[in-house]
Design a protein around this ligand. Structure first.
Ligand code: FIX
Ligand code: ZN
Length: 446
């Protein structure tokens, strides 16, 4: 318990002009809670789309309940055959998931509790609510209204999408976007996703050749390799011009190493990183996935494995003129990643990704990052796939990150460091959006 010091003592101690210095640990906790609750957020990684993207925009009751996190949890019931489950319509699958996770048992997992938070924040009574009532709510609400309502309730100012130029549906929309509709909602920003190119070159090559890029040469012969580099660089440059992405992004498997004498390193070194430098673009590396350990679960079938954090170290050291946003999926890799991030100003850690996005792990990881980095990382991203998930993902994360900040600042306060509410606002704004925009060297108003 910190004894009360008057402002003169604190001002003299810190040698600064008087401000409204916080006087007690209770006031400190309240100030932190208020600042985290009210900070407007840049959500730097999501799978969301605005309405202009048509079928790619995911929103509403059945999409919320069919979230792959909930699919995995529902199919833990070995009485439900995967074949039967996937034979159902979307709404029938939602009925089954609802019954299994919200009626037969209590929704106390992070993903099920999230649905309850959404219901609650939308003002839908959570006592004995039926899925049909949630469906009715969405039937009575337009997509535009849902975007406005969701961003307001979640207090999210900017949403960064995941945009795959090799996705047939999405690329078709971009190529036909004569009136720039896809970039008309300025709250939604682009991230150009490179997974297919970096992780599945053989299939990507076919798509690229079909689109007129001469990349099918034998990369072992120098002149064909040079042509492939030029053509893939041309492809990326055309899509950077078309999409105006905030950053380039790739998730890589837990087996990712760098540098390696493999195609991934070749593509990174000869194409991706030079193109990123030419366009002053940051690269987001998301490592540690173990995709499809159970294909019967489809999108829910991915898992996690520890990855070579040395690859992140080497990327940053070998490419000092590239900037890297980094998030790792495995809990056991978090400490080493945080130490590595202390060593390189061209690394910025972000978020508690996917299986780490739970209150107990967010608090543990965020406290460690504050202890080792100070407020120099990006506290969280939602990874939302369905629009209304923003409501719960940010509500839950704000509550947990508040606790980590309160414990860290109280240690400082107890040593008589003078703190004002304005100081807290600066640090909280940095953690929830400022660090991102500064690191990618972009103006949020651009
Ligand atoms: O690679 C990614 O962007 C992952 O976030 C997704 O593949 C994953 O399915 C997801 O949505 C996790 O939250
Ligand atoms: Zn994601």
């Amino acid at each position: 318990m910190c004894t009360r010091y008057n402002t003169t003592t604190r001002a003299k101690y810190k040698g600064v002009t008087l401000g409204t210095f916080i006087q007690s640990s209770e006031q400190l906790s309240q100030a932190i809670a208020a600042q985290v609750a009210s900070v407007s957020i840049t959500d730097i990684h999501t799978h969301l789309f605005p309405q202009a993207f048509g079928e790619l925009m995911s929103s509403g009751a059945d999409d919320l309940i069919n979230y792959h996190y909930l699919v995995a949890e529902a199919l833990l019931d070995n009485r439900i055959s995967k074949e039967y489950f996937w034979s159902l319509e979307n709404s029938e699958r939602a009925d089954l998931i609802w019954q299994r996770l919200f009626v037969d048992q209590r929704p106390i997992s992070e993903a099920t509790r999230g649905i309850v938070t959404v219901l609650n924040r939308l003002g839908l009574a959570t006592k004995d609510i039926k899925l049909s009532e949630l469906r009715e709510y969405f039937e009575e609400t337009s997509k535009e209204q849902m975007i406005d309502t969701t961003l307001s309730l979640a207090n999210v100012r900017d949403v960064v999408m995941t945009n795959d130029p090799l996705d047939e549906v999405e690329s078709h929309l971009w190529i036909n976007d004569k009136f720039r509709q896809l970039t008309s909602d300025k709250r939604f920003h682009r991230a150009l996703r490179l997974d297919q190119i970096l992780n599945d070159w053989e299939n990507s090559k076919v798509k690229l050749v079909n689109r007129g890029y001469q990349v099918d040469g034998d990369l072992d012969t120098p002149n064909q390799r040079t042509l492939a580099v030029e053509e893939l660089s041309r492809f990326l440059t055309e899509w950077i011009t078309r999409m105006d992405p905030l950053y380039l992004a790739a998730s890589v498997p837990s087996t990712f190493t760098y540098p390696a004498s493999d195609l991934q390193t070749f593509l990174l070194d000869e194409v991706v990183m030079p193109v990123a430098r030419r366009h002053n673009l940051t690269i987001a590396i998301m490592a540690g996935t173990k995709r499809q350990i159970n294909p019967d679960l489809k999108l829910a079938g991915d898992s996690v494995a520890s990855t070579d954090v040395g690859a992140v170290e080497n990327l940053a050291r070998n490419n000092p003129n590239n900037r890297f946003l980094v998030t790792l999926l495995s809990l056991e890799d978090q400490h080493r990643l945080t130490v590595v991030a202390r060593k390189f100003s061209n690394i910025m850690i972000f978020g508690c990704w996917w299986f780490l996005n739970t209150p107990s792990l967010i608090e543990k990881i965020t406290t460690m990052r504050l202890e080792l980095l100070g407020p120099n990382f990006i506290a969280q991203h939602s990874d939302a796939r369905v629009l209304e998930q923003l409501i719960y993902k940010w509500s839950h994360s704000r509550a947990t990150i508040t606790k980590a900040l309160q414990s860290q600042y109280s240690l400082l306060f107890d040593e008589n460091w003078a703190i004002t509410e304005g100081d807290i606002e600066k640090d909280v704004t940095a953690l929830f959006r400022g660090n991102f925009w500064n690191f990618i060297k972009r103006d949020p108003k651009s």
